[in-house]
Design a protein around this ligand. Structure first.
Ligand code: KIV
Length: 284
């Protein structure tokens, strides 16, 4: 499939602009220099990632949110590499243009830089990811340094880091008051360690804008206001498939109703004999 990507927004070379090769971390760095904003979405399977690739989304994240939206876990803590690597491979196989970033799951990198490198190697060799994301600030800087020196592009993630929900005491806004300075230090340390971008999740908009000003790498906001270089949403949230969404989510479609209606209509037609009709039937 992979038809011509959507026409880019005027003046935006990254969103829809590069058509004949994968987007690279250099493209993202240049977009920051040009002051261009760009969208990122999560992706977990072949058909939807192909659609997002065709739509010109330049970066697709195989998030550990797959724990919730694919595997039905309560949090992102239980998901394993064995569960996430095959989803990464499906997304990488089905896309031609998007930079594919995969989350390193909880427990796969916190132990040591060497452990992080072994995990990242699986996602790149078996999953075909072009980059990995890990959660945390200064504590994971040694991991980021080793990965980058070994040739693994790393996306950082600070603010609300869902893998630490048990120490954070719930899914709450981070970086308020005195914690703002600590969050800024974490983001700067990730940049120093070599991260090519950093996700800011659930932080006040003024803090996210300040981090964005002080960093030369792109910031990607989720619940972080309009002042970041990029935005990310879980695709099932933005497309209206998730039963509950956070305040920061905008829903652009109502796929839950569409699918429910389609399933009911199909079921009715099977029951009343309207499906399959003549045109769905092979002749001998
Ligand atoms: O796993 C995920 O989907 C994420 C995004 C919300 C940033 O980490």
């Amino acid at each position: 499939m992979n038809t011509t990507p959507k026409t880019p927004e005027a003046g935006n070379a990254l969103y829809g602009g590069v058509t004949n090769r994968r987007v690279t971390i250099r493209d993202l760095a240049r977009a920051k220099q040009r002051g261009e904003r760009w969208p990122m979405l999560t992706a977990y399977d072949a058909l939807t990632s192909r659609i997002f690739d065709d739509a010109g989304i330049p970066v697709l994240l195989v998030g550990d949110s797959a724990a919730n939206v694919v595997y039905g876990y309560e949090s992102t803590v239980p998901i394993t590499m064995d569960e996430l690597v095959p989803l990464t491979a499906a997304v990488a196989r089905s896309t031609k243009r998007a930079l594919v970033v995969s989350d390193l799951p909880f427990g796969a990198y916190q132990g040591s830089p060497q452990q992080a490198l072994e995990a990242a190697s699986r996602f790149m060799k078996e999953g075909g990811a072009q980059a990995v994301k890990l959660e945390g600030g200064r504590a994971v800087a040694p991991q980021v340094e080793l990965l980058v020196s070994a040739g693994v592009p790393v996306m950082g993630h600070v603010g609300l880091t869902p893998q630490s929900v048990n120490t954070l005491g719930g899914y709450r806004v981070q970086g308020r008051g005195e914690a703002a300075e600590e969050l800024l230090k974490d983001a700067k340390e990730l940049e120093r360690a070599g991260a090519f971008s950093v996700v800011l999740e659930a932080v006040p908009a003024d803090l996210a804008a300040e981090v964005t000003r002080q960093l030369s790498i792109p910031t990607i906001g989720i619940g972080a206001g309009a002042g970041t270089d990029a935005q990310v949403l879980v695709w099932q949230d933005m497309a209206g498939l998730s039963p509950r969404v956070a305040k920061f989510v905008k829903t652009y479609a109502n796929l839950a109703d569409t699918l429910r209606d389609a399933a009911s209509e199909y079921a009715d037609e099977v029951v009343n004999g309207a499906f399959p009709a003549e045109e769905h039937t092979y002749k001998s």
